[in-house]
Design a protein around this ligand. Structure first.
Ligand code: AMP
Length: 282
């Protein structure tokens, strides 16, 4: 398996695969790979002949005061995992490769950015859109797999593919969880032992609320307030815990039958921000 640093080289690698008549799947990551990433690689391998992975901690999607410097980096282990998983090539660009020179253009995200993580992290999705747009133009994959874990990202990227006419099919991979239910994340490495023990509380709250909704609860606001208080009592600081419409990623005033919603939460345990979500189809 090749680790490739330059754009012309990754293009040649992809061209070679396509000339052999192979379809190419792509999974962009920021590295510090865990089972969640590997589950996306395997899904991509089911849907394409060969899979390319990128590992790049994209500075453009980190705000001031966020964890760009501390973000876990483990390139040697990551490359070994990719090799074990039968990944065809790993694109590992440097900042100079991705962002050479001054830029005169920027991408703006409209309404889909107004709530959830877009609201809490200004510039986050613009940074993601920029880098994924570039990666799609570099790799030109037939399919690309992203995780439900970052569901607003998925919705915004779907919109990017449609509005900018990218010739790629997006596939959403389910959230891979630890045995106790905690959604796997590279940032879980930040959690201290007692925080790690408490961390699955977010998933438990989401599951409880989902069940209540499916059982016909109508006062969702009250239900969410109650869960927020319970989480706060367990030491979580709440960013949001909310039901959003699936398409618009906007808070759903009420839940009506025959619709699709995202029940999502973002919380802090100490400095560590955890996100999780469940899709609710009524
Ligand atoms: P990241 O390296 O955090 O940028 O994530 C790279 C990709 O892996 C994104 O599409 C994420 O949504 C996805 N991902 C992260 N955590 C998980 C998980 N626990 N299960 C499935 N996919 C995940």
């Amino acid at each position: 398996m090749e680790a490739i640093r330059h754009i012309d080289e990754i293009r040649q690698t992809v061209d070679k695969l396509k000339k052999q008549g192979k379809t190419v799947g792509f999974v962009p990551t920021m590295g510090a790979l865990h089972e969640g990433h590997l589950s996306l690689f395997r899904l991509a391998q089911q849907r394409a002949d060969e899979v390319i992975v990128s590992i790049y901690v994209n500075p453009e999607q980190f705000g001031p005061g966020e964890d760009f410097d501390e973000y876990p980096r483990s390139l040697d282990e990551d490359l070994a995992l990719c090799s074990e998983e039968g990944i065809a090539a790993v694109f590992v660009p440097t900042d100079d490769v991705m962002y050479p020179g001054k830029r005169f253009l920027r991408i703006e995200v409209d309404e889909l950015n107004d709530h959830m993580d877009g609201k809490s992290r200004p510039g986050f999705f613009e940074g993601i859109l920029l880098v994924v747009n570039k990666l799609f133009n570099i790799v030109k994959p037939d399919i690309a797999v992203f995780g439900q874990k970052d569901i607003q990202q998925f919705r915004i990227l779907e919109q990017m593919v449609t509005e900018f006419n990218h010739d790629v099919e997006l596939i959403m991979g389910p959230i891979k969880r630890a045995n106790d239910g905690l959604a796997m994340s590279s940032r879980n490495a930040y959690l201290k032992e007692d925080q790690r023990r408490r961390a699955p509380g977010l998933y438990r709250s989401l599951r409880y609320v989902k069940q209540q909704i499916l059982d016909g609860a109508t006062n969702i606001g009250l239900l969410l307030d109650h869960q927020k208080k319970e989480l706060e009592a367990k030491g979580f600081e709440i960013d949001y815990l909310e039901v959003f419409s699936f398409d618009r990623v906007a808070p759903a005033g009420e839940v009506t039958s025959g619709n699709k919603y995202i029940l999502a939460g973002a919380v802090y345990l100490g400095e560590t921000r955890l996100i999780d979500n469940l899709i609710v189809e009524t």
